[in-house]
Design a protein around this ligand. Structure first.
Ligand code: GAL
Length: 388
């Protein structure tokens, strides 16, 4: 399964993207029209093409970075871009997509808030021949989703569970038994159920954790093992903090030890950590704070990892995702079809959406520098400050 996501392949895709950008830059050097208009795309000049980009929220810095990178990539190709954020409000996002369609967008790139809420918008888009690319989150229940660029979401959950086992001493980093036999108490958190990714993350994690629950190494002491019990609407930090506080009161006030918490996203992780520290645990892992996982390499969480508070995060390089979305957009706008590397996994309820999946990397304290600083994703000074 991991073979298809080899670094070589990703690099090849990036090089192809860079080549496309370079070619277009040459073609577009004449600027304002006439014979030297920017790269011709299908029957339209690139400068006449408008791409609508709908992002969920600006409260998480990853979506700000995603939006910026997608916009810049498209503009380098000469396209006009209408980038909108919806403040995590479903009606706002549907209105934004409606407006993009009526104002003449030629293609839409959408990171949906609720993956099932855009059906009629996408029907209207299809009626006008507007291609739709689902960005990071699959859009469900619609035949009118043409492509999906994302990360290997099941692999994210697998990596989170492996990090949790490693952090609690059950396995080593390679998944081999490391001596700790339990029973260890853990709790499970999941993301927002209207986001298709939440189920992939949770199922990926449970595929690794279930055998350890079955043989008694791990125990979910609250008994809340189902995704709908573990879910966090809109991925909100405060909601996660409240649930963790409730779990501590209901299940751990007798002094039972909590060894780890599966968390699917850094914002949720920070809510969990606040709740744990609030009852006097930690403040660091070395001082007894339970192991808490994460996702997105958000700057506040990277600082917590550096400080020995949060154990890990899953780094999804949004620069690569944005580049893939731009490559796919260009392919459609030039009348072609983007290259998929997965045509089986993402059934949206109506059809299997051809997808391009990117690999993910687990970041612990000891590889922050290699993965995040040396790659230019964050500066060491930003990590030290915990602010982007
Ligand atoms: C998911 C996404 C995660 C995280 C989460 C909360 O859809 O895949 O990386 O960002 O939303 O924003």
């Amino acid at each position: 399964m991991t073979q298809r996501f080899s670094t070589r392949r990703v690099l090849a895709a990036m090089i192809a993207g860079a080549a496309a950008l370079a070619l277009t830059a040459c073609g577009g050097s004449g600027g304002g029209g006439g014979d030297t208009a920017p790269a011709a795309t299908g029957t339209q000049a690139a400068g006449d093409i408008l791409v609508g980009v709908a992002m969920p929220t600006e409260t998480s810095e990853r979506w700000i970075a995603d939006g910026k990178a997608v916009k810049e990539g498209l503009e380098k190709l000469g396209y006009k871009v209408d980038l909108q954020y919806a403040g995590d409000d479903i009606p706002t996002q549907t209105q934004q997509v409606d407006a993009m369609i009526t104002s003449g967008a030629d293609l839409l790139i959408i990171a949906a808030i609720d993956g099932t809420a855009l059906k009629s918008q996408l029907e209207a888009a299809a009626g006008k021949g507007i291609k739709v690319i689902a960005y990071d989150r699959l859009i469900r229940d619609s035949a009118n989703v043409d492509f999906y660029t994302t990360f290997d979401n099941f692999a994210v959950g697998v990596a989170q569970a492996k990090a949790l086992l490693f952090g609690m001493g059950v396995t080593d980093k390679d998944g081999k038994a490391a001596g700790e036999k339990g029973p260890l108490n853990i709790e499970l958190f999941a993301g927002s159920l209207d986001d298709n990714n939440a189920t992939f993350f949770f199922n990926g994690a449970m595929s690794i954790l279930q055998p350890f629950l079955d043989d008694g190494t791990l125990v979910v002491k609250s008994g809340q093992t189902k995704i709908d019990q573990a879910a966090t609407l809109r991925w909100l930090q405060e909601t996660a903090q409240r649930r963790m506080e409730d779990l501590l009161t209901s299940t751990y006030s007798d002094g039972s030890k909590l060894a780890g918490v599966l968390s699917p996203y850094d914002g949720i992780s920070r809510g969990i950590i606040t709740a744990l520290q609030g009852v006097g645990m930690g403040p660091t892992i070395a001082e007894g704070l339970p192991v808490v996982t994460g996702q997105d390499a958000e700057i506040a969480s990277v600082k917590l990892i550096q400080d020995g508070v949060q154990q890990s995060t899953i780094f999804k390089d949004t620069r690569l995702l944005a580049a893939q979305a731009v490559i796919a957009a260009q392919a459609f706008l030039e009348g072609g079809t983007p290259e998929a590397n997965d045509t089986k996994t993402y059934d949206n309820g109506v059809k299997v959406v051809p997808s391009y999946l990117l690999p993910v990397v687990t970041v612990f304290k000891d590889n922050i520098k290699k993965e995040l600083v040396d790659s230019g994703y964050w500066k060491q000074s930003q990590i030290d400050a915990g602010v982007a």
